[in-house]
Design a protein around this ligand. Structure first.
Ligand SMILES: Cc1ncc(COP(=O)(O)O)c(C=O)c1O
Length: 402
């Protein structure tokens, strides 16, 4: 393939000069994507089991998204939220269909969606729980990089440098209902949970925990917020991961896959917490027509191409491959996850090494710390893609253990 000559520059060196050192990059520069594959500046292709960290739910450059964005940019690129916006309303209508009638507010990222949820929960506490404002979230959770969402994130490594963090957040162990109950006080307004923890290592909540949280929130007049930023948009085989648990949260946050790769976030609420009034909250770009057009195309395609079912089926097939590889290689064990949100435990701190070697062999994977390998591929994955990825992972494990 040709890449317009850009590949002749030393991108890694230029980045070091011009870009802040926030990211630890893998040593490739990606310039093209199609389906489940991406290509680097040397024309080398990779099967993408990172998918923009659970963003590219339809794979790369899906024709439905390309067409929707192309059409929208010729019509209207941006319009202020001072005016009605057709694409915004269409996307909100689709999300209402999926969520049982919730109303949407669109932002630009997951952190921003969670900020909106935190504000809404505080408003609920002010109006309906004597000014309660505290949010109980879970250890090992991840909710974003703003100060409030960092305070909600249950991982010390994300918090230490930024103390003092905003007041009103505490974390309890995941899947421990008694701990949630013990932490609840007059100050508590809401409970914030990922039904399937993502950045923490792909840990699904137990049925008892999610159902217990719903009951506890009903009993104590608390707000239940589900962070679906990573596990939503069909990744676990249902549109929202909380749908596996037979419960409905009060507030739902989304981002990542919602527009298939165009930046967007969403905060959805049911009637109990639908309390924002003009002036309470806002955004310049959130709900932008181009992002929403991409979102409309993404949700439509997920439904028309039966990608929820595909995520379930392909997730199970990939898991059988992981089980086989765990049986064959001593350094990996405990395959876990749901749908196309999967992980294995890696011994001897070798997760990073596996990612590097798999990349050389043409498979993009992601390490969470030294002991977890995460796999969050596009939902359009086929059995042939899985066979190929499994072969590459097999070869990679052989090289690392040799
Ligand atoms: C569960 C969850 N919530 C929130 C976020 C933050 O999203 P963003 O990076 O779009 O701000 C992430 C990002 O990884 C996430 O996984």
């Amino acid at each position: 393939m040709t890449t317009t000559g850009l590949e002749k520059r030393d991108w890694a060196a230029l980045e070091q000069k011009y870009y802040q050192g926030t990211f630890k990059r893998q040593p490739i520069t990606l310039v093209r994507g199609e389906g489940v594959r991406v290509w680097d500046t040397d024309g080398k292709s990779y099967i993408d089991f990172v998918a923009g960290i659970a963003v590219n739910v339809l794979g790369h450059c899906h024709p439905a998204i390309v067409q929707a964005v192309q059409e929208q940019v010729t019509q209207l690129i941006h319009v202020s939220n001072l005016f009605y916006n057709v694409r915004q309303i269409e996307l909100a209508e689709q999300l209402a269909e999926q969520s049982g009638g919730m109303r949407s507010f669109f932002s630009n990222s997951g952190a921003e969606a969670n900020e909106g949820a935190i504000k809404l929960a505080r408003k609920y506490g002010r109006l309906h729980r004597n000014g309660a404002y505290e949010i109980i979230s879970m250890k090992r959770s991840f909710h974003g990089r703003t100060l409030a969402t960092t305070a909600a994130t249950g991982q010390d490594s994300y918090q230490a440098t930024w103390q003092p963090l905003p007041d009103g957040f505490q974390q309890v162990p995941f899947n421990d209902l008694d701990a949630v109950k013990a932490a609840t006080s007059d100050k508590t307004a809401a409970i914030l949970v990922e039904a399937v923890q993502g950045e923490g290592g792909i840990w699904p909540a137990s049925q008892e925990f999610m159902q217990g949280l719903r009951q506890w929130c009903d009993e104590k007049n608390l707000v239940l917020i589900c962070d679906e930023v990573q596990a939503g948009m069909g990744r676990t085989g249902t549109f929202f991961s909380w749908q596996h648990y037979g419960i409905t949260p009060d507030i739902v946050t989304m981002a990542k896959g919602l527009a298939g790769g165009i930046p967007i976030g969403a905060m959805l609420t049911g009637p109990r917490t639908d309390l924002f009034q003009p002036g309470d909250h806002g955004t310049t770009f959130g709900g932008n027509p181009v992002a929403c057009a991409a979102g409309v195309a993404t949700v439509k395609t997920i439904m028309e191409e039966h990608l929820l079912e595909n995520a379930t089926k392909m997730g199970e097939y990939w898991n059988t491959k992981l089980e086989e590889l765990c049986a064959k290689y001593d350094i990996i064990d405990s395959p876990r996850g749901i749908g196309l949100m999967r992980a294995v435990h890696v011994k001897n701190d070798l997760a990073g090494t596996l990612v590097e070697k798999a990349l050389k062999n043409g498979l993009l994977l992601n390490a969470l710390g030294g002991d977890t390998l995460r796999m969050i591929p596009p939902l359009i994955l086929t059995p042939a893609d899985i066979d190929e990825a499994a072969q590459i992972l097999d070869r990679t494990l052989e090289e690392v253990t040799r």
